[in-house]
Design a protein around this ligand. Structure first.
Ligand code: TYM
Length: 334
């Protein structure tokens, strides 16, 4: 029987600027927590990032920063494989193979494709459309059992499963069918300014989004300005999107349940609650900021880690790639 240690975890994050609190609570923090239990592989998804226009110098900088940030958040290269996606050529190769098992119709139904097409009507490029195929390849190359993601990536994971099943049916068993691994609290952290939308770094209003490198004053100020409602009682209830969001953030950061939070703020107003959330979040991010600054001062070490990382990633994924080429009928590469 398979033990937990043999189970493979794969996930990735785009290097499009500093991570948000949503990325942290919904994904990265959980990646850290499972490192001792599973065989974990994590990537900075730079190939994905160019589906929307990037300034090359900034992308390079953001990729290095994202790599350092993962380590600052607690991903340990001694425990997990961590690498930069474009360094491992298997990802681009697998993307092509899987493109031939992905259907136009299913790709057209992806809500993120529709949203991004609306946002960038002058650049609806083919990469934006086939993005979920690249993502499927990322996961399937490592025969991942579980994929820790936030809620917004669930549809892409479902598609990855369909593509894998279709390939297996067409050519014979190759890919393991991965399951999503979604946190109970914090899978969808909302914007602080419009709590019906997800918190996103591409939001135009900087107050809507906590960045994990924001300093304490900034974090507290943004929480103080968070949109709530006209009620005054801190409780989790339908129609209280703003308060519900703050409660899920506070719960994720402190480990307290909703009942406990309601008791803690009984008789107190929203002002006290927002301040407490701001302080708890800022305190939990403080060590990340310190560690990040240290790592960015040691580029040689970062390079050593991503060099070792891609070697390990390439060793695992090349095996799947070679099998896939055989299955589809390509002549062995001399
Ligand atoms: P990305 O870079 O947009 O986000 C990285 C992770 O953060 C989660 N997340 C959130 N969770 C909760 N609340 C939020 N407001 C929030 N915003 C983001 C995302 O769900 C994600 O888990 N396509 C992926 C990157 C990727 C990937 C992969 C992921 C590429 N290849 C293979 C898993 C497996 C993306 O754009 O995530």
């Amino acid at each position: 029987m398979e033990t937990q240690e043999n189970k493979v975890i794969f996930s990735a994050i785009q290097p499009t600027g500093t991570f948000t609190l949503g990325n942290y609570i919904g994904a990265v923090r959980n990646w850290v927590n499972i490192q001792d239990e599973y065989r974990c592989i994590y990537a900075i998804a730079d190939l994905h990032a160019i589906t929307v226009k990037q300034e090359p110098a900034k992308l390079r900088q953001h990729t290095l920063e994202a790599f350092a940030l993962l380590m600052a958040c607690g991903i340990d290269p001694e425990k997990s494989v961590m690498f930069i996606q474009s360094h491992n050529k298997c990802h681009a190769e697998m993307n092509w193979i899987l493109s031939c098992s992905a259907q136009f119709g299913e790709l057209s139904r992806m809500t993120q494709f529709k949203a991004k097409s609306e946002k960038h009507p002058d650049d609806i490029n083919a990469g934006l459309f086939t993005y979920p195929v690249l993502m499927a390849g990322d996961i399937l190359l490592y025969q991942a059992d579980l994929v820790p993601i936030g809620d917004d990536q669930k549809q892409h994971l479902e598609l990855a499963r369909n593509i894998a099943q279709r390939f297996n049916q067409k050519y014979g068993e190759l890919f393991k069918i991965p399951d999503p691994y979604i946190p109970k609290v914090g899978a969808r952290i909302k914007s602080l300014q419009d709590p019906t939308k997800k918190m996103s770094k591409s939001d135009e209003n900087p107050n809507s989004c906590i960045l994990i490198l924001d300093d304490k004053d900034t974090v507290i100020r943004k929480f103080k300005r968070a949109v709530t409602d006209s009620d005054t009682v801190v409780r989790y209830a339908e129609g209280k999107d703003g308060i519900n969001n703050l409660m899920s953030i506070y719960s994720a950061v402190t480990g307290k349940g909703y009942d406990e939070i309601e008791r803690e703020f009984e008789g107190k107003g929203y002002g006290d609650f927002k301040l407490a959330v701001g302080e708890a979040v800022a305190d939990s991010l403080e060590p990340v900021r310190t560690k990040f600054a240290e790592l960015m001062n040691d580029k040689a070490y970062l390079k050593e880690v991503y060099t070792n990382g891609v070697q390990a990633a390439e060793r695992i994924s090349r095996k799947t790639m070679t099998k896939a080429y055989r299955k589809v009928g390509f002549v062995d590469c001399p």
